[in-house]
Design a protein around this ligand. Structure first.
Ligand SMILES: *Cc1c(COP(=O)(O)O)cnc(C)c1O
Length: 341
């Protein structure tokens, strides 16, 4: 298979319509057979539920080339399951796991020429999305839904090396205490756009949100979970039922515990404790793990001992180990790597 002639090392993270995407519709109580299509556009009624009542959700994962030349994806069953949980909370019909995986396999195979070669740091970013597509004016769930999975090649998150980032404590809430913080709903992002732009305007990469009822405990950022390493080199994982269960975070924690022998403590983390932590990192599919060098808050700035120049020792080890598992240079736990080609 001839690869596309792209500047793989400098792709950035931008939308680019490629050859194929996969679509199915739900109506009259069932999903259609579904399949590949070449049309990047979707035509919808002006009354589609998604436009008015934000009935939409999504997932994000990557396909990439391993050192030995196979095209694989990482734990896509976890994305399939999470999307089902999201759908249930939004009164949307959960897509069967097998359909999700079939859409994924077929789309990646059909677009194999767009999957970046090994060693470029680039990958094929995959975006499954579901919307309430049926017309709906009274406030109620749609009667028709559309699932689409599309993809595009994207560059390495860290062009020019891994550098610690600066983040700030948000002056806004990300999720209501008994709301939708734990699911991957588009609406969680709509309300974060303004605080995110404010953070950028103030010179910070991201907002870190505190728990919405007491503003005492650490939750996560707009699109990534948070991890800490304490003075005794324990991996500290903030716990809350309004944090989105990141596949990357759960994988890093597993790697820390089972590959590196770290003690993992999942518990509520007071923001007042953060100044005593040794390392801080964000995790998600896009960056895998991004080291945090400092956190700005109204009570002063916290600089982590790992500094602003390089990733902390423990964060670096966990990150490297997971990357090697993903590229199949180290053996992965059972079921983590789905080989597509
Ligand atoms: C998607 C997402 C993450 C990261 O999850 P991964 O499965 O690791 O990509 C973290 N927080 C939020 C709010 C998210 O939407």
């Amino acid at each position: 298979m001839e690869k596309k002639n792209l500047d793989w090392a400098n792709l950035g993270f931008t939308y680019r319509p490629i050859d194929y995407r996969w679509q199915t519709r739900w109506h009259d109580g069932a999903w259609e057979e579904g399949g590949l299509t070449t049309d990047p556009d979707i035509t919808l009624s002006e009354a589609a539920c998604v436009f008015h009542y934000s009935q939409s959700c999504f997932e994000g994962l990557k396909a990439y080339t391993t050192k030995d030349g196979h095209i694989v994806t990482f734990r896509p069953d976890q994305n399939a399951e999470r999307m089902q949980n999201t759908c249930r909370r939004l009164e949307m019909p959960p897509l069967p796991k097998e359909t999700f995986l079939k859409a994924l396999d077929e789309t990646v195979k059909a677009n194999a020429a767009w999957v970046p070669p090994f060693g470029t740091g680039a990958s094929l970013y995959i975006r499954p999305v579901m919307i309430g597509s049926g017309p709906q004016i009274g406030v109620a769930p749609a009667h028709e839904f559309l699932f689409r999975l599309f993809a595009m090649p994207v560059g390495s998150y860290f062009q020019g090396g891994v550098k610690p980032i600066r983040i700030q404590v948000a002056q806004y809430d990300r999720a209501a205490p008994r709301g939708t913080g734990h699911i991957k709903a588009g609406l969680n992002y709509a309300m974060s756009l303004y605080p995110t732009m404010e953070a950028h305007r103030a010179g910070f990469a991201e907002n870190i949100y505190l728990d919405p009822s007491t503003h005492t405990y650490v939750e996560e950022t707009g699109g990534a979970n948070v991890l800490f390493v304490d003075k005794d080199n324990n991996l500290i994982v903030p716990k809350s039922n309004s944090i989105l269960p990141s596949v990357t975070r759960r994988s890093l924690v597993y790697v820390g515990e089972h590959y590196l022998g770290l003690k993992v403590i999942e518990r509520q983390v007071k923001f007042s404790e953060v100044k005593d932590m040794k390392e801080c990192a964000l995790c998600g599919t896009a960056a895998v793990l991004a080291p945090v060098g400092m956190i700005h808050s109204e009570d002063g700035d916290i600089y982590f001992p790992s500094g602003m120049d390089k990733i902390g020792e423990i964060s670096g080890k966990i990150r490297e180990t997971l990357l090697k598992i993903q590229s199949c240079e180290i053996e992965a736990p059972e079921g983590w790597i789905r080989r597509i080609l």
